[in-house]
Each structure stands twice: as structure tokens, then as C-alpha cells.
Design a protein around this ligand. Structure first.
Ligand code: UDP
Length: 244
């Protein structure tokens, strides 16, 4: 295969061009960052594990009517994806209070959020990815009001599908971040990744608040065994997917 031109290198992935302008390669890295890249490290094997987890979850969502950028995986840490223009938004869905929600509101860790909370953050490292109001979203022209409603509806449907699936894996989906992009026909596609880097996942068979963590909080808070936790998420997904 000819060398591909690197288009963009992010904290966890590198995007490469292909011979087809409508198709890109997304290469998952072992690098890990947290707290707006103030904490940096590497999680051995993370690239391959996250690529495999994301691929399975994108295929699960596609099968249930959610359009995603996923095409296939030509190698263990590489995903072929449709080229989209990423909206500069992080759409966060929360089922249980954790992380910045607790810090900013005083809600106790573990508070069940019913209905789930959908939030929009501005993808802007220089500004520290601030929380947006609907009016600020429109003010900054980050999306149209129609797109905001589409994003909210898609995020909630994705939450339903993923919550049900992780439940079958014995994992509680606490919260997660999504990114969306527009294809050349202006269709809104789910993009980026869905992995333990971008979700909070709690092991239902371990009530201990530190032991139950199966996601990047193990890295953020130096809880150890990060790779083993990510691998455990993948193993459970593969075992469940084999039964479906
Ligand atoms: N998240 C993410 N990328 C970000 C910010 C958040 O993937 O840049 C995910 C995070 O892993 C968690 C959810 O979004 O699953 C909510 O994160 P939160 O706002 O609580 O921020 P944090 O506590 O991670 O700083």
C-alpha cells in the first residue's frame, strides 16, 4: 500500500488520506492524555483495543439505524472511515453523575440522572473545551437549531442502544462523549470513536468505587491496571457480540 499523507494528528488518533477523497484512515495511538493534555502517558495496546471496541460499537449502532463514518478495519489499529467535516462540538450524554458534572454542580458521584442529561461542549483546546448553552451554540454558528435538535435526538437514541448493550455485558454506561460530522451531502454522521477513552464504564460485578472503573479514569486518577481494564471491556463486548 502506498504511503498515505498525514492530514491531522490528534491526542489519540492520526488521520491519513487515501486515494479516494471520500475515504480516510484513522489510526488509533497508544498515547493517552487527560486534563486538557496536562497529563500525558501511554497505555500499551490501547490503540488496537480502542479500534476494536469502536468498530464493534459503530457496527452495532449502524445495525440499529444510526449512520456512522465507519467502513471497516484494514489492520488492528486502523479504521477506514467516510470523510466528514467534524462539527467543533463534543456531545456528552450522562446517565449517572460523575466527573465535571459533580465538580461544577455539587451533585454527588453516582446520582442517577433520569432523564439522561445531554450537554454540548465547544471543541476548542485553547479555551479548555467550555460547556455551551443552546444560545451560545447558535451565537457561535457551531450548528443550526435544526442540527442541535438532530444531535440531541441522535445522542439519546445512541445512549439507549449503548446502555442496553453494555448492560448485557455487565457494564454500566455512566457517561460518554460523541462527535459528529457532515458528509458531502450534509448528512449528519456519528464520527470519531466510542471507547474507554471517551466513556465512563463501571463493572457491575465490583461495587468498590476504584475497582469498578473500566475506563480512562484509571489513567486520570492513577488507579493502575489501565490496559487490563480496557481489554476486559473488549473481551466482554466480543463475548456478547458472538451471542447476537
Ligand atoms: N470526554 C471525552 N473527551 C473530552 C471530555 C470528556 O471523551 O474532551 C468524555 C469523558 O471520558 C466522560 C464524558 O465525556 O466519559 C464526560 O466527561 P466530563 O465532562 O465529566 O469531563 P472529565 O471529568 O472527563 O474532565
Amino acid at each position: 500500500m502506498a504511503a498515505h499523507q498525514k492530514l491531522y494528528e490528534g491526542k489519540a488518533k492520526i488521520l491519513y488520506a487515501t486515494d479516494d477523497p471520500n475515504v480516510l484512515l484513522s489510526s488509533f495511538k497508544d498515547d493517552a492524555t487527560a486534563f486538557n493534555a496536562q497529563k500525558r502517558g501511554s497505555i500499551q495496546g490501547k490503540g488496537e483495543i480502542n479500534c476494536a471496541i469502536s468498530s464493534h460499537l459503530f457496527q452495532l449502532l449502524e445495525a440499529q439505524g444510526i449512520a456512522t463514518h465507519f467502513l471497516d478495519c484494514p489492520s488492528a489499529n486502523t479504521m477506514r472511515v467516510r470523510a466528514v467535516k467534524i462539527l467543533p462540538l463534543e456531545v456528552v450524554v450522562r446517565n449517572i453523575a460523575a466527573g465535571s458534572l459533580c465538580q461544577q454542580t455539587g451533585l454527588e458521584l453516582g446520582t442517577v440522572l433520569e432523564p439522561p442529561l445531554v450537554e454540548f461542549y465547544y471543541k476548542n483546546d485553547a479555551l479548555g473545551d467550555p460547556l455551551l448553552t443552546s444560545d451560545r451554540l447558535l451565537l457561535l454558528n457551531l450548528a443550526t437549531s435544526e442540527q442541535v435538535e438532530q444531535l440531541r435526538a441522535k445522542a439519546l437514541k445512541i445512549n439507549q442502544i449503548l446502555t442496553d448493550f453494555f448492560q448485557q455485558c455487565g457494564i454500566t454506561l455512566v457517561d460518554f462523549k460523541l462527535e459528529f460530522g457532515l458528509d458531502p451531502s450534509q448528512n449528519l454522521l456519528l464520527a470519531d470513536e466510542i471507547s474507554p477513552d471517551t466513556c465512563r464504564l463501571w463493572n457491575q460485578s465490583d461495587p468498590d468505587p476504584k475497582q469498578r472503573v473500566m475506563d480512562k479514569d484509571r489513567f486520570r486518577h492513577d488507579l493502575g491496571n489501565v490496559e487490563a481494564a480496557y481489554q476486559q471491556v473488549l473481551d466482554r463486548i466480543l463475548a456478547k457480540a458472538a451471542q447476537i
